[in-house]
Design a protein around this ligand. Structure first.
Ligand code: F6R
Length: 240
C-alpha cells in the first residue's frame, strides 16, 4: 500500500481529484466507486471545477459504497441526496449511470444481490474512493466484518452512529442499518484511494498501515490490495 502524506484537507482533496481526473482522461468510460461523508467533499467540489473547465463525465458510471436503510432518496441525509447535491447535479453525468443502493427497497436482500450484479455487469470498478471511520471501517463494513463479504445489510456500530449523528438533528434519527458494499466487493476494484483528514483518524490510519491485517480494523485489508493508495493529511498521519 502506498501512503501519500499531504499538508491538509485542501491538498488531500486536490491530490485525489487529480487522480480521478487522470482516470477519466485515460478511460472516459471509467467505472468509479464513490464515498460520501466529510472526507470527499473537497474532491467533489474540485471535480465540479474540472467539469466547468471541460472535463466530460457523460460516459462515466458510478457506484456508491453505501446507503442508509430506511431513508428515501429524497431524504436530505440519504446518500442519494448527498451525491445529487454535491456532485451529480453539477456535472454532466447521466443519472441512469449513477448507482446507489436503494435503502427503502421492499426486499433488501434482493436489492443487495442486484447491486452486486450491476457492478459486475458494468465490468467492475476501475477506481474506488474510500473514507475511513474512526473505528477503521471502510464503506459500512464495521470491525468484525469478514473479508469475504459482498454487498449486504449491515448494522452500524455505536461509534459510527455517534460519529454520523452530527448530520442529523438528534442521535435517535440516525439509521441503525445500511446497505454496504462488502470488503470483497471493495477489494475487487482495480485501484483504491483511501483519503483521511484530521487527528480523529490518526489511530485508524496507524492501525490500517502498520497494524496486523485483521477484521478488527477493516481498512487494514488494503495492505493486501495490489494498487491501494492512502492520501492522508499531516494530522491523520501524525501517528505514522
Ligand atoms: C461513506 C462511507 C464511510 C465514510 C467514513 C468516514 O460513504 O462509506 O465509510 O467514508 O465513515 O466518514 P467521514 O468522511 O465523514 O469522516
Amino acid at each position: 500500500m502506498k501512503v501519500v502524506v499531504v499538508a491538509n484537507f485542501d491538498s488531500m482533496s486536490a491530490e485525489v481529484a487529480k487522480i480521478v481526473y487522470g482516470q477519466i482522461s485515460k478511460k472516459p468510460h471509467s467505472v468509479l466507486g464513490l464515498a460520501t461523508g466529510s472526507s470527499p467533499l473537497g474532491v467533489y467540489k474540485l471535480l465540479v471545477e474540472y467539469h466547468k473547465m471541460g472535463t466530460d463525465f457523460s460516459k462515466v458510471t458510478t457506484f456508491n459504497l453505501d446507503e442508509y436503510v430506511g431513508l428515501r432518496p429524497d431524504h436530505p441525509q440519504s446518500y442519494r441526496w448527498y451525491m445529487e447535491e454535491n456532485f451529480f447535479s453539477k456535472v454532466n453525468i447521466k443519472k441512469e449511470q449513477t448507482f446507489i443502493p436503494n435503502g427503502v427497497a421492499e426486499d433488501l436482500e434482493a436489492e443487495c444481490l442486484r447491486y452486486e450484479d450491476l457492478i459486475k455487469q458494468a465490468g467492475g470498478i476501475d477506481l474506488q474512493l474510500l473514507g475511513i471511520g474512526s473505528n477503521g471501517h471502510i464503506g459500512f463494513n464495521e470491525p468484525g466484518s469478514e473479508f469475504g463479504t459482498i454487498t449486504r445489510v449491515v448494522d452500524l456500530a455505536e461509534s459510527t452512529i455517534k460519529d454520523n449523528s452530527r448530520f442529523f438533528e438528534s442521535i435517535d434519527e440516525v439509521p441503525t442499518q445500511a446497505i454496504s458494499m462488502g470488503i470483497k466487493t471493495i477489494m475487487q476494484a482495480k485501484e483504491i484511494i483511501l483519503m483521511a483528514s484530521g487527528g480523529s483518524k490518526a489511530d485508524a490510519i496507524y492501525a490500517a498501515v502498520y497494524g496486523p491485517v485483521t477484521t478488527e480494523v477493516p481498512a487494514s485489508v488494503l495492505q493486501l490490495h495490489p494498487a491501494a493508495t492512502l492520501v492522508v493529511d499531516q494530522a491523520a498521519a501524525s501517528k505514522l
